[in-house]
Design a protein around this ligand. Structure first.
Ligand code: EPZ
Length: 417
């Protein structure tokens, strides 16, 4: 398993281009299953999760033609509506094929994704919605089988706003009979982007981006060409890294308008954010003031940036209180940060971070995607050398991260094992 070795202490100065958004590319690729032709998705990031999803679509019988960050998905030859365990266990987003397959091919059989490092991550709300639309749900041998002759529009209420749950049901409702309304829907930008693409296919969706989405079923959808928006979480990660290292990073194609909560928090700690047309310059100053962070669904502070922000607060002045409201186990980075000298006390979903004068490099282990980004930021500011193991977590969500960081002054290298 590869490791990443970083010599800390360098300011990040220069330009980084933001890649396409992983959490938008995945549902957009799933949406290709809603028509019988060949859709082209462009500005696709070069990531392991994207490769896994391509393999999943090929397993279903799709013909995939990918080159230079674009993927053509030809759905004319679907053989099986089944997603096997060995593919789903490595990427929970595989559940996104449920809605498209059952509404277009009347049946889907997907291995239950199971939990992951950050939490149980159930899909009960996805299944509740499909059941309300008339699907038959059968769970056996670790698989969920969903079938329906024809889905019917229904009124659906989510107890919690689930991102992929909203995306799954929006796709399912596009070809259902009648009107579906999703109340307490997720408002993330990736949901709005998916609705925009579905409408371009000929869907009839309104309200995406708000807590109430209305989908009127249509008879058929057509293939499209669609460019994925820039990744707000990748961009936010580099903004935090720039601030933490007192750097001066220009982020090209940065979706700064989707990072309001982070921008406000970074200004609170003393960083400067300068908008230069559609680029954003993040400048870190010292010392970093402390700040409290409470994650919440969009447009609140993203749970996917909580770990990264915590790394920066480890070297701030004062106490910062982090409250993680989305996932029950998203403090896996804390024990690794403490190996680097961080002073953090965890009590349930709250972590209290006492800023220290410095962090020291140490061998640490990545446990999940965003925790690995947090360790990277800690290593960049830490004194001495840090070796991060299990970096396959990082490769799931950050394209060419060591090249991008080395290009702006980080002393970073990948050691292939
Ligand atoms: C999406 O996951 C993202 N993944 C996650 O990004 C992100 O952290 C999360 O949304 C929250 O923003 C993709 O878009 C591929 P949820 P998702 O369903 O859809 C509970 C990353 O780092 N819930 O919005 O799986 C759930 O337990 C990843 O890129 C149910 O109870 O998250 C959680 O507490 C990590 N029942 C809350 O809802 C359900 O049926 C939000 O989860 C579904 C969810």
């Amino acid at each position: 398993m590869d490791k990443i070795v970083i010599e800390g202490g360098n300011r990040l100065i220069g330009e980084i281009a933001i890649s396409g958004a992983k959490n938008s590319a995945l549902p957009l690729m799933a949406a290709a299953l809603l028509n019988d032709g060949c859709s082209t998705i462009t500005n696709i990031p070069n990531l392991k999760d994207i490769d896994t999803f391509k393999r999943l679509l090929e397993h279903l019988g799709c013909h995939i033609d990918d080159s230079n960050r674009s993927v053509k998905i030809n759905v004319s030859d679907i053989k099986t509506p089944e997603a096997p365990y060995e593919l789903v266990k490595t990427m929970r987003a595989s559940v996104l094929i449920l809605g498209p397959l059952v509404t277009h091919f009347k049946r889907a059989r997907v291995s239950l994704p199971g939990g992951c490092a950050i939490g149980a991550r159930p899909i009960n709300l996805h299944l509740m919605g499909l059941e309300r639309m008339g699907a038959k749900i059968k769970i056996e041998h670790g698989y969920v089988e969903v079938s329906a002759e024809k889905l019917k529009g229904a009124d659906i209420y989510f107890d919690v706003p689930t991102v992929t749950g909203t995306e799954n049901l929006m796709m399912a409702a596009c070809l259902a009979d009648g009107i579906t309304v999703i109340e307490n829907a997720a408002k993330e930008p990736e949901v709005l982007e998916l609705a925009t693409a579905l409408n371009k296919m000929g869907g009839c969706i309104s309200g995406a981006g708000t807590e109430k989405i209305r989908i009127e079923g249509v008879r058929k959808l057509k293939p499209i060409e669609y460019a994925v928006m820039p990744d707000r979480i990748e961009a936010g990660t580099y903004m935090i890294a720039s601030a933490a290292t007192r750097g001066n990073l220009l982020l090209k194609n940065c979706p700064i308008d989707l990072l309001e909560a982070l921008s406000i928090k970074l200004k609170e700690v003393g960083a400067e954010i300068i908008i230069e047309r559609n680029n954003t310059r993040g400048i870190g100053n010292n010392p970093t003031r402390s700040v409290d962070i409470k994650t919440s669904p969009y447009p609140g502070f993203p749970t996917d940036l909580q770990a990264q922000m915590m790394s920066m607060m480890c070297i701030s002045s004062g106490l910062s209180v982090f409250t993680e409201t989305i996932f029950e186990n998203r403090f896996m980075h804390v024990s690794e940060l403490k190996r680097m000298g961080a002073n953090i006390q965890v009590d349930g979903r709250t972590a209290i971070v006492k800023g220290m004068p410095f962090l020291s490099g140490a061998p640490v282990m990545a446990t999940d995607l965003r925790a690995s980004a947090s360790l990277l930021i800690a290593a960049l500011v830490g004194e001495g050398e840090t070796e991060i193991s299990r970096v396959y977590h990082l490769d799931r969500g950050y394209e060419s991260i060591e090249e991008k960081l080395a290009g702006v002054g980080a002393k970073i290298k990948r050691v292939r094992k």
